[in-house]
Design a binder for this molecule. Sequence first.
Ligand SMILES: N[C@@H](CCC(=O)N[C@@H](CS)C(=O)NCC(=O)O)C(=O)O
Length: 476
Amino acid sequence: MYVVAMTMKSRGFMLKDTNCIFNTRRLHYINKILSFIFMIICSILNVICGYISIFNLMFSILIIHSELNKNVCKALIAAEYVDVEVKMAENFQMGKSNKTPEFLKLNPLGKVPALETPEGPIFESNAIARYVARLKPENTLFGSSPIEYGQIEQWIDFSALELDANMRAWVFPRLGYATYIKSAEESYISGVKRGLGALNTHLASRTFLVGDSVTLADIIMTCNLVNGFKFLFTKSFTSEFPHVERYFWTMVNQPNFSKIIKRMGEVKQAEVVLPFTSTKKPESKPKSEPKKEEAPKPKPEPEAAPEEEEAPKPKAKNPLDLLPPSPMVLDDWKRLYSNTKTNFREVAIKGFWDMYDPEGYSLWFCNYKYNDENTVSFVTMNKVGGFLQRMDLARKYAFGKMLIIGNEPPFKVKGLWLFRGTEIPKFVMDECYDMELYEWTKVDLSDEAQKERVNQMIEDFEPFEGEALLDAKCFK
Ligand SMILES: N[C@@H](CCC(=O)N[C@@H](CS)C(=O)NCC(=O)O)C(=O)O
């Protein structure tokens, strides 16, 4: 542009030298006008180029690496609003794909989701959603003024830090991802309530968080609330927050939301707070109150070593070890089960009945009592996985098969267990709290239909009772 302006100027002098009607002053103005027009053209070209690069991105491939979850939905819903295609990575397996060197280049923490773009990766679900929302120039997801933009960002942070952080901390111990501590849970619940209280007040006179249409704040807030409504917020809990409840269902049912969210299964409000699947037993109350009269004993100084170490008490024998010996050796059965790869019926199942000793062992069917709650496949699988982990204490005395049944939620959980002894061992009943979540029925060996059911459960027969298996887990 500078070169052009100079050329204009020198041309101006030339015209004066040839005594043309233009005088120098006039030429000066013309030069200025031409330079100005040139600048305008450059700016327009710049804007067009910017648009072209955004359009390029809009039509280029964006891939989200993750399984579908509420965090992924944020970007997918934003994509619906701005008409951008975001693909899900094929065959992504949580726990495997996110540990690969390729994934760690997208997100060094190995956490999902991560977005692959032609310009480089982005992680953190809110950042991904912001990026996608920006791909269409002139859209209202960021509001229509600086103040609206500020408020949208305010609610995005609020939903992440005041609500999502507390909801995650509340639900994680229940999913078995963290240790349950009663007092900590109480403080997370009160954090959620405080956040929902403020949100409720804000929404009392509004349909959307900011302005008169859906913004990115509504997308992120709603996605963050999904797991709360599914797993934690019962009707009686949300009755304190009626405007949040109305807002949530209004948003979830917006076509661009429901199209994406329903891919995770139907959103149904929790009837009970998600029961525990933690690997640690919830803190139980002390059995008896400490005696009030007794003066508290002074704590020994940590440095002071006991004068003489007490001899370790011999470990009490498990009553099952005192049972009369059985010709059935549990480990032999477990080995046969694991090593049989073909002809399972003829080899493993036949072998099982050949070695089965009804005097030394018993077989039990179990049926999960709360199948209605099994609305999310991975949560149901985690629940069963947690149960099997907690059965570790019975490994020497038990073998089990757990089936997660159905193509669609609610999934049914049914199982078969072989226990040492003719009853379910008392220590298992006492120490594994999942046991009471199931109905237990002793297998009647005189009933051929029940024996066939045992066979089918051992061999993961499909369809099982007319339905596909979502998963089959073995305890051995
Ligand atoms: N603040 C992150 C949270 C990411 C996150 O915690 N992702 C979980 C799954 S929802 C994960 O990848 N966990 C695996 C791990 O921690 O290794 C976001 O919004 O993207």
